[in-house]
Design a protein around this ligand. Structure first.
Ligand code: 13P
Ligand code: ZN
Length: 293
């Protein structure tokens, strides 16, 4: 089968278009990765350069092992579909083969090589260390998690200027903005303080959160979500960003709430929805000022 005909590629492309339509991908902002299943990679092997096909002209980097910039030994030998660095999400649907690539991680978990895509040149996203380290910790806690998505949603970013950069407070304030939030992500969200993007340090900080939670905010930058498929991952980002939008509206009217969802009301969701809202987020508030504990 051709890569572009594979269902996992179509799902990947659709997420890119949906994310662009939401306004979360100005310019080359954001990146996406997918840990490809064994049967999926077998189905497209005829097109993998350096395995069964020759490299296109001008793509001399094809098949050359390159440093990831971190170590992901638990992902050794696996294949990934990832967006290219500097590529625009807007263009993924228009010319998929020029904007995304399939890579393979080597047996040490320290190098990757391109096997398909980026056919007009380029390299995988600069956030490859974060994507692979997140996919690694996610695979350890749930082998079904395959998608890691990074974007720049305006309301989540706006909140990082007014809420304390504390995962418990951030989660609680987001939870109060929509009853579906604790149902969709009862384990809450984490916050990474501002850090230089594109390297190992921010990847380590983010993967510490992703080891237990599906969502990490990058202060003054954007957010990362993970999930078992494209719909669930995109849906999680959409849910958090929608709640963040409500909070931005509320905070724009007032610095305090007249009424809100109370800790015992969150606890009442556990049984009917088969969830366990982490008690860390259900502290008794001493203040009605938004963002104070
Ligand atoms: P890339 O174009 O390298 O994927 O970077 C975009 C981005 O959002 C960096 O955080
Ligand atoms: Zn970014």
């Amino acid at each position: 089968m051709k890569v572009l005909d594979a269902e996992f590629v179509k799902g990947f492309v659709r997420l890119c278009s949906d994310g662009f339509a939401q306004g979360w991908h100005e310019r080359n902002g954001g990146n996406l990765s997918y840990r490809i299943k064994e049967d999926e990679i077998e189905s497209v092997r005829e097109e993998l350069i350096g395995e069964d096909a020759p490299a296109p002209d001008g793509c001399q980097d094809y098949g050359v092992w390159k440093e990831i910039g971190t170590q992901v030994p638990f992902l050794a030998g696996e294949y990934f579909l990832v967006t290219g660095s500097g590529k625009y999400f807007r263009n993924v649907e228009l010319d998929t083969a020029a904007n995304v690539c399939i890579i393979k991680v080597d047996e040490t978990g320290e190098k990757y090589k391109i096997l398909w895509g980026l056919n007009k040149g380029g390299r995988p996203t600069s956030e490859l260390p974060s994507h692979l380290m997140n996919l690694e910790v996610c695979k350890k806690r749930n082998p079904e998690i395959r998608v890691v998505y990074h974007c720049h949603p305006a309301n989540i970013i706006a909140l990082t200027y007014v809420l304390p950069l504390d995962g418990e407070v951030f989660t609680r304030e987001i939870f109060e903005m929509a009853t579906e939030c604790p149902v969709v992500f009862p384990q809450g969200i984490g916050v990474v303080p501002w850090m230089v993007p594109g390297g190992r340090d921010i990847a380590v900080a983010t993967s510490k959160i992703m080891a237990a939670q599906d969502f990490a905010v990058w202060a003054h930058h954007g957010a990362f979500a993970c999930g078992t498929d494209f719909d669930i991952t995109f849906g999680l980002m959409h849910t958090v960003e929608k709640a963040a939008e409500v909070l931005v509206k509320v905070r724009s009217m007032t610095d305090r709430k007249r009424q809100t969802i109370q800790p015992d009301e969150f606890r009442a969701l556990n049984e009917p929805f088969g969830i366990h809202v982490d008690e860390r987020f259900l502290y008794e508030k001493k203040s009605d000022i938004i963002g104070e504990r």
